[in-house]
Structures are given as C-alpha cells and as structure tokens.
Design a binder for this molecule. Structure first.
Ligand SMILES: [Zn+2]
Length: 273
C-alpha cells in the first residue's frame, strides 16, 4: 500500500455515506499505522509493542470517527471534520494503546475527537514528508565530498573575505535569526569556494551532474519547508535527512554542505525586510 495519498478533509454532513461496512486491516496497513505513530501511543506515549522474546502487540487500530456511530455519537459529532473518503479509510484510523482506545470509544466528545484528529493530521503529514524525502536520491560521488571535508582535505586559499557577509545570506535571515545566520555564514566563508571548485571538477569528469544534485537539495528543502515552522527546524531537518541519506554520523560535515546550498540559493528564500 502506497502511503503517499492525499489527506482528504471535509465536514461530515451525511453519516450514512461516510460510514461503511467494517473492513479488515491488512498486515501492511497495520505496519503503516504502527510506523505512523513511531511505535508509541499518540495519546499517552506508552510503547505499543512489548519486547519479551517475541514482540507482543499492545495496540489496536481505532476509528477516529466511529464506524457505527450511536445516536449519542451522531449528536455530539454532528458537524466535525472527517478524514478520508469513508470510515474505513487509512486516514480515519490510528493506532492507540488498549487503554486509550477504550477511553476514547467510551467517552466520545467533540474535544477528544478534535484532539485525536489534529494528532492524526500532524502524524500523517510528517510520515508523508519522511516518505517523500526517502525517495530523493543523492549521488554516490558525494561520499567523496563528505570524506574530503571531514579529513580536512578540501581547502583552497580562496576564502570569502572574513569581514563580509555574502549578500545571499544577508538577505535570507531576519535579525532574530542571527545565531543560525552566523553559523551558516562562518561555514560559507570557510568552505564555499573550495566546495564549488571540488564540485566543478567532479562535474567535468562527467560522472556527476551538479544541477541534479542542487535540484535534489532544493526538493528536500521544499518538502521540509511545507511542515517546519522556523528556519532552525528546516535547517535541522535538512541535516538529519542528509545524514541518514549519506549514512553518516558526522553532523558538522552535513551542516557545511547544506550551508553551501544556502549560499548557492537552493535553501531558504529571501526575506522582505
Ligand atoms: Zn495510550
């Protein structure tokens, strides 16, 4: 089952159309539900698997909007937002621990309902982004760049003047974002020219397409930007993505590379001051 599908939101007007016959959950769907909540109950934080030799399930898949609403439930949830085409959609279900599932089902009110639906929307969006990012491919040749930076073998005499903040960076940050701006500026001053030279040489060997590399970084930025709130969050998520893609634990090297793309204009847009 493909995770990437649209999260359809609409207001419930007609229960009879939305509520359909209960459908069995496949092993694959069950696994996706567990992954979506990162193996913990989204309401209480308890682990959903017991690891005692063999893994024991400590969860059930709950309907957010009930599959067979009682008259009382129809009444309290009369104008709520629902997710998915019908009550059996993946979007209307979520993994909960036994206790939270029981509580949720037995005391349904609008507040609890809205709380759960907001959790689902956040988790769904995060999972969709994780999926999109894992589909972006980087070039194996970039490993060499990581190596060169981490061993100090990338260095030219040309650095950007130390007292000068490159214009591109200056235009991308608000005053309050000075910590991140300073960090990126320092990396750019020290490494931008050398990395540019290195990538240029690599592109001349015809094993490497710089444009494609830059577009991949841009796509990762756009994908992350859609859910992250601050530049710090975006920068961190880009670093985490690059680290996992390159299977490296060297955070600083990845910060240097992403900073290169801030200066090169793939990451962060200009702010209007
Ligand atoms: Zn729970």
């Amino acid at each position: 089952m493909e995770y990437i599908c649209e999260l359809i939101e609409h207001n419930i007007k007609d229960f009879t159309n939305y509520c359909v016959k209960r459908k069995n959950i496949s092993i694959e769907e069950d696994r996706l539900h567990l992954l979506e909540v990162n193996g913990t109950c989204p309401l209480c934080g308890n682990s959903l698997l017991k690891n005692s030799g063999k893994k024991t399930k400590l969860y059930e898949i709950a309907h957010i909007y009930p599959n067979k609403p009682t008259e009382q439930e129809k009444y309290v949830l009369n104008d709520v937002q629902v997710l998915g085409d019908n009550s059996e959609s993946f979007q209307n279900k979520i993994a909960l621990c036994f206790n939270c599932h029981k509580n949720y089902d037995s005391h349904k009110n609008k507040e609890e309902y809205n709380k759960l639906i907001e959790k689902k929307k956040k988790l769904y969006a995060a999972e969709k982004i994780k999926n999109e990012l894992s589909n972006l491919d980087l070039f194996p040749q970039i490993e060499k760049l990581l190596d060169k930076i981490s061993t100090g073998n990338i260095f030219s005499n040309e650095t950007i003047e130390l007292n000068m903040t490159p214009l591109e960076i200056q235009h991308k940050f608000q005053k309050s974002e000075f910590l991140l701006e300073n960090k990126i500026r320092d990396y750019v001053i020290r490494y931008f020219v050398s990395i540019r030279e290195y990538l240029k040489n690599l592109a001349e060997t015809n094993q490497f397409n710089f444009e494609r590399f830059a577009i991949t970084i841009k796509l990762a930025y756009i994908t992350i930007q859609s859910s992250a709130k601050t530049k710090d969050e975006i920068f961190d998520s880009l670093i985490n993505w690059l680290m996992s893609k390159m299977q490296t634990t060297n955070r600083i090297v990845c910060e240097i590379i992403i900073s290169y793309f801030v200066q090169n204009c793939e990451v962060f847009d200009e702010v209007t001051k």
